[in-house]
Write a protein that binds this ligand. Structure first.
Ligand code: SAH
Ligand code: SF4
Ligand code: F3S
Length: 454
């Protein structure tokens, strides 16, 4: 490949917010005339969009950075950028640690990438981590998928969970207006996107910061209202959202999901711990009983809904009995998927300073035991798909078997079946499930929905 265009490379760590930010930053770079390079070693601008949720996430960034910093000594015009949550957390300290860096920019500055890079090209070393009001961006993101897309609805987080760095690195809640959200979704529908996931660290907080109250003094804008406002965007066939917080999750929202046909029966609601004293020490603001009631209500309206969540083991002071309450909750709820993690003390968070930290041995032993149970339960939950006909939205080829395509059911189970990706990409296909595994399914296509529309 000989192209005179300058090239950029982005590696993204962390959550869906970072992935969405990376897609917007890639859009800005392409707008500036850069071309994407898969290989960082061929790029003129390298951007690492980083995560600091746990120590191991942060360490990964440093090992990647070290390699490229060395390269810069041979290629001085290489531009090195660290964006995202490590950038926000470390700020100028990052420049002291890796002096080869050109730009350190927090997540709130993602939309300002062009201005920041211009300053770098003008000869400056730049740190952009001060809190800002996030501007609506007019640049088209360069999205990884042509079928599914993310749309931010609220940035930041006002909660203060005692283990969590997110409020420090993502700043205060900033909701986008319903009009801006719907306009972005409508454009995605026009471009042929079939599934949209609405994003927020605490999506139930949507609208709290927007002006307007009802006659009863309630916020005019809530996430439930937003769903009713955007659910019928033409072209888009499926809607999902993440992440829900048990403290604010309402029955009104559950009803809206049951009522609106495009909203998938899939809920991602982290519970973190099954023990009320641990939940209290985490400042989560709910009890395990309340969490169970939420799941019961969801299942009352949508008996087959799939439920996923996040849990932390080995929080400071967690006793064996308290950990067993987490096991019990996982046993009782039967999650389709659970993201699990051993507690990692994070700088600038209250729990990191407590004296009652547990040993790595205890944490990793609990993590293993929890993961084992999660696998057993997920395999049990998968059984219900056997022999059923499920609607699968085809996203891609199966990288391990090119004769197969892959996509997701409404319940978010990854599903494989034989087919040609050129014909099926972006199609909703009815698939009879013939094989089930804990976290994926295999089936046979029965009918392609779009093909039947005449
Ligand atoms: N806003 C979401 C979660 C954001 S962070 C919520 O409130 O649930 C994603 C997940 O990382 C969390 O749900 C939690 O399970 C995990 N996590 C966050 N901080 C952590 C820490 N210090 N140690 C281990 N896991 C952590
Ligand atoms: Fe972190 Fe809690 Fe905010 Fe989630 S709700 S991002 S866990 S502070
Ligand atoms: Fe990581 Fe930042 Fe997301 S710390 S989990 S990338 S909000």
């Amino acid at each position: 490949m000989t192209s005179s265009k300058r090239r950029y490379h982005i590696t993204t760590f962390g959550c869906q917010m970072n992935k969405a930010d990376s897609e917007r930053m890639a859009g800005i770079l392409e707008d500036m005339g850069f071309e994407f390079s898969e290989d960082p070693n061929n790029a003129d601008v390298i951007l690492y969009n980083t995560c600091t949720i746990r120590d191991n996430a942060e360490q990964k960034v440093y090992s990647y950075l070290g390699r490229q910093a060395k390269r810069k000594h041979e290629q001085p015009d290489l531009t090195l950028v660290v964006a995202g949550c490590v950038a926000q957390q470390e700020g100028e300290a990052l420049l002291r640690r890796v002096p080869e860096l050109d730009l350190v920019m927090g997540p709130q500055h993602a939309n300002r990438l062009k201005d920041l890079l211009e300053s770098v090209f003008g000869g400056n070393q730049v740190v952009a981590t001060e809190p800002v009001h996030i501007m609506e961006d007019i640049t088209q993101p360069r999205r990884d998928s042509k079928v599914t897309a993310w749309v931010n609805v609220i940035y930041g987080c006002n909660e203060r969970c005692t283990y969590c760095v997110v409020p420090n690195v993502r700043g205060v809640e900033q909701s986008r207006t319903p009009e801006a959200i719907r306009a972005e979704m409508a454009e995605l529908g026009r471009q042929g996107y079939k599934e949209i996931t609405l994003l927020g660290q605490n999506i139930d907080a949507y609208g709290r910061d927007l002006p307007g109250v009802t006659a009863e003094g309630r916020h005019l804008h809530t996430f439930t209202e937003l769903l009713y406002y955007v659910h019928d965007v033409p072209g888009v066939e499926r809607l999902r959202f993440a992440t829900s917080h048990p403290r604010y999750f309402t029955e009104r929202l559950i009803k809206a999901c049951a009522e609106l046909p495009k909203v998938c029966e899939h809920f991602h609601i982290p519970f973190q711990s099954g023990d009320n004293d641990v939940l209290k020490a985490m400042s989560r603001g709910y009890t395990q009983e309340k969490y169970r009631r939420i799941i019961d209500t969801i299942r009352k309206y949508m008996p087959d809904a799939s439920i996923s969540g996040d849990a932390i083991v080995g929080f400071p002071g967690e006793t064996e009995a308290q950990f067993e309450s987490t096991l019990k909750l996982v046993e009782d709820i039967g999650f389709d998927l659970l993201n699990t993690a051993a507690y990692s003390p994070r700088p600038g968070t209250p729990a990191a300073l407590w004296e009652n930290q547990l040993s790595e041995e205890v944490k990793s032993d609990r993590l293993q035991r929890l993961n084992h149970l999660v696998n057993v339960k997920a395999a049990e939950r998968s059984q219900r798909y056997f022999g059923r006909i499920e609607e699968v939205l085809v996203e891609d080829q199966n990288p391990k078997d090119k004769t197969q395509v892959m996509g997701r059911t409404r319940g978010n189970r990854l599903t494989f079946f034989t087919g040609d990706i050129n014909e099926l990409k972006g199609q909703l296909v009815k698939v009879k499930i013939t094989e089930v595994r804990a976290f994926s399914l295999t089936g046979e296509p029965i009918e392609v929905r779009q093909a039947l529309v005449v």
